[in-house]
Design a protein around this ligand. Structure first.
Ligand code: NAP
Length: 299
């Protein structure tokens, strides 16, 4: 166990002790507080050699992220016969900052030394597309199932639908799924009533629009189509053709699904839908165009 005295590690240690598992904990101070029965090993994560001997006999390693020489440590663990490593992730994994060991380990697709525990970085399968696929190939997807696309790519956006800097907004959270699908769960508020006890059509438009944004910004990121100038977003909605098919519930969480069906740097088309109870309640075709920042009037 690394980080055994910390918030996360102490909980894992407590669970292992409760389960009757033998625990050896890496600590930086010999007097570090540990539960009875846990074996302390003094060392430093930034110096894998300082606790190399303690890896003998270890079956599983719970590893803190973000320390120097992570690959060296993992190599030592492998050589010592450690069969399983749980690498705690962190927000840095989403940053693609390859100076950071966690980010490098969880996002890089190549290594000078193959590592048996490396997370898969296989690119998503190519989708059929009616539109142009011109542009650079996609980068490997970022391995991040915890941080939403909105919070990772535009955390300071004040948009009503998807801006996490808008305390009065809907603050959608969308996540990449399989085969280019982007999903989200949206729980309506009582104030979103359409007057008949169902979800208001304007709110449906908002969530379809903003959820399609997540698919577009993810595609743009993978293509390297970064925001221009100091714009927060690289694309802006140019059209939203909405079809209301069935009433959408007001009191139940609904699912949002989006797939980019055509993309070029100039524009993208997204098929987006709102689903509840296995049935599509509303669907839309969203057209997004590359956002080129305008000079403000008088500016
Ligand atoms: N993926 C997620 O959802 C998630 C959630 C929370 C946290 N995290 C990440 O997980 C990590 C731990 O979070 P936490 O809240 O448990 O942190 P924490 O309470 O600050 O605990 C950090 C632990 O790491 C140990 N440590 C620090 N530097 C070390 C070093 N050089 N060598 C060996 N041990 C060292 C500390 O030991 P000492 O007692 O010696 O200081 C402590 O036990 C952080 O990197 C955080 O970003 C990820």
């Amino acid at each position: 166990m690394t980080g055994a005295t910390g918030n996360v590690g102490s909980e894992v240690v407590a669970a292992l002790v409760a389960a009757g598992e033998p625990v050896r904990a890496l600590v930086r101070r010999p007097d570090a507080p540990l539960p009875d029965g846990v074996e302390p090993v003094v060392g430093d994560l930034n110096d894998p050699a300082s606790f190399a001997d303690a890896l003998a006999g270890v079956g599983g390693l719970f590893l803190m992220p973000g320390y120097d020489r992570a690959e060296e440590l993992l190599g030592r663990a492998r050589d010592a016969g450690v069969r399983r490593v749980v690498l705690l992730s962190g927000g840095s994994a989403a940053l693609e900052d390859l100076d950071n060991a966690v980010s490098r380990y969880t996002t890089s697709g190549s290594s000078s030394r193959p590592c048996p525990w490396r997370a898969s970085t296989r690119p998503p399968p190519t989708r059929d597309s009616s539109g142009s696929r011109a542009g650079p190939p996609r980068r490997p997807p970022i391995v991040d199932a915890v941080t939403s696309i909105q919070e990772r790519l535009y955390p300071n956006l004040p948009c009503f639908g998807c801006g996490h800097a808008n305390p009065d907004g809907l603050r959608l959270r969308s996540y990449p799924a399989q085969d280019g699908l982007v999903t989200a769960t949206f729980t309506p508020w009582p104030a979103h009533d359409n007057g008949l006890g169902f979800l208001n059509g304007g709110i449906i438009c908002t969530v379809l629009d903003c959820h399609s944004a997540a698919a577009v910004m993810l595609e743009a990121e993978q293509r390297g189509w970064e925001p221009l100038g100091d714009a927060a977003l690289s694309y802006v909605t140019a059209g939203l053709d909405v079809r209301y098919l069935r009433p959408s519930p007001l009191t139940e969480p609904v699912e949002l699904r989006a797939v980019v069906s055509a993309s070029s740097e100039a524009q993208m088309t997204v098929d987006v839908s709102l689903v509840w109870d296995g049935k599509t309640r509303a669907e839309a075709t969203a057209l997004w165009k590359r956002w080129r920042p305008r000079v403000a009037p008088g500016g």
